[in-house]
Write a protein of this length. Sequence first.
Length: 150
Amino acid sequence: MAIKRHPSLQEFSRDHHQALLLCWKIKEGFSRGISSERIKIYTNWFYKNHIIEHFKMEEKYMFPVLDSNHELIIRVMQEHKLLVDLFTKTTEIENSLKQLQTELKNHVRFEEQILFNEIQSKATKEELKRMEKYHKLEKFDDNLNDVFWK
């Protein structure tokens, strides 16, 4: 049973919503016959403008709540590495994007359903405040230069 998300973690969850929308956009793009190169332009933008900072914030402020040898942290760090590799891959673009769509969706679900609950249950008030302090509410500013998913 999921626990109610602490306000300090809610912005991270909002980021996850955008990541799931990215997965949908990739899938929708392919279903509409959009070239992998067009989709890759958008995913490159998303990676540069959202994923890099999101991963950095999680790794610096959330993950240290658990020990670095904790099985969930080991798993999530492996997933971050795989996702970075998929976002930055410049060959076999179509396959990479399709794998990215699957892996990112699974990653977000793992963080939301398992990892965040564990972190929230173990975090001190100070750790929660630090997470909230460094991840303030930011309106998602989408790149609408090529809305291939519409």
